[in-house]
Design a protein around this ligand. Structure first.
Ligand SMILES: Nc1ncnc2c1ncn2[C@@H]1O[C@H](COP(=O)(O)OP(=O)(O)O)[C@@H](O)[C@H]1O
Ligand SMILES: [Mg+2]
Length: 330
């Protein structure tokens, strides 16, 4: 029988929440056998945002990075989650911000949707302090999230309000990763405005390349740094790359996209079904084990983003390249 994606997603989220709740219950039982009598109260307590910890920063200079594209559905949020976790795994104190006001997705990708109490808009509007809204990741102490509000619209993002929060974050973090909404309206504009660097997510199709080109132009001419006559370092990340369809000339190849956009390539992430499974489990795909090709491609991307020189992988259909390798041995 047909099952919709949202029902699968809801089921896996419920399964995960049940698991988390039962694990929490077990931990609490070990600490104090009487405590589980008032379970709901205990679970609520755990869901509060945690204060920003006293982690030593690795650099004095904070970099604000926007993950953007123009087009929707290209993999921006998937990339922002993996980039933020990848940087945190390298020891950089990193805060991810969801600029997609009204929708909110990044919390799901990072597996902390149940722990959002205050959000980015509450901080902008001074309804809470930054440390009350920043949710600390349970697995990685260097990773924090400022979630988007689901009850406001993008007009609440003002240059002044966003600027004040970014200034506060610059004092505390090594990296701030801004997950941009689609389009070129206010939300996307504010997400890129304070960026020092940009990751332009582009799918190998002409409409995506055209929208990315527009966004590259906007960043280069209208961002805060552009207004101060400074460069914003822009990186091209090709996402959802399908080598089979590229070989059939249904999709653009890497060289054509690079030529059209004229910014340095920082990675190619193949189209891979496991990306959706990771999202459903609230785990950025970069955290998947070594058999996951999208996870490997995201790890390569973070290494290149940090300046490492690494060859590109996964530009060929995996099945085809397996057969090729087999025959080249004989
Ligand atoms: N490399 C990939 N392979 C397969 N599916 C992907 C990949 N990257 C993203 N997706 C899927 O594409 C959809 C949109 O991704 P998302 O990151 O939310 O895009 P955006 O933030 O640009 O709208 C999601 O269903 C996601 O699972
Ligand atoms: Mg998104």
């Amino acid at each position: 029988m047909y099952r919709s994606t949202s029902s699968i997603k809801t089921k896996s989220i419920n399964r995960r929440n049940n698991l988390t709740q039962s694990l929490n219950t077990k931990k609490l039982e070990i600490l104090n056998p009487n405590i589980t009598k008032n379970l709901d109260f205990n679970f609520q307590q755990r869901n509060y945002a945690q204060p920003i910890g006293q982690i030593r920063r690795t650099t004095d200079d904070c970099q604000v990075v926007v993950v953007t594209s123009g087009k929707g559905g290209v993999g921006k949020t998937t990339t922002a989650a993996s980039l933020a976790l990848g940087l945190a795994d390298k020891g950089y104190k990193t805060c991810a911000i969801d600029f997609d006001i009204g929708l909110r997705n990044l919390d799901l990708h990072l597996g902390c949707e149940r722990r959002v109490v205050y959000d980015f808009v509450n901080v902008i509007q001074k309804e809470c302090k930054l440390h009350q809204a920043a949710i600390k990741d349970k697995q990685n102490a260097h990773l924090f999230l400022l979630a988007a509000s689901t009850v406001r619209d993008k007009s609440v993002l003002t240059e002044e309000g966003v600027g004040e929060v970014i200034d506060q974050l610059r004092k505390e973090f090594d990296y701030v990763v801004c997950d941009s909404p689609a389009g070129i309206e206010n939300g996307a504009f504010q997400a890129m405005y304070f960026a020092d660097q940009a990751v332009i997510c582009t799918n190998p199709e002409i409409s995506s390349v055209r929208d990315s080109d527009r966004m590259i132009g906007i960043i280069a001419s209208k961002s805060d740094r552009a207004r101060k006559n400074l460069d914003v370092q822009q990186h091209l990340l090709i996402t959802r790359y399908n080598p089979k369809r590229v070989a059939q000339e249904d999709m653009l190849n890497v060289n054509s996209i690079e030529e059209m956009l004229g910014i340095p390539l920082v990675g190619v992430v193949p189209e891979c079904q496991s990306v959706l499974t990771s999202t459903n489990l609230g785990r950025p795909v970069i955290a998947e084990d070594s058999s996951n090709i999208a996870g490997k491609a995201y790890r390569d991307f973070v290494d290149r983003f940090l300046g490492e020189d690494k060859p590109l992988r996964f530009l060929e259909d995996q099945q085809e390249s397996w057969w090729k390798r087999l025959f080249s041995r004989n």
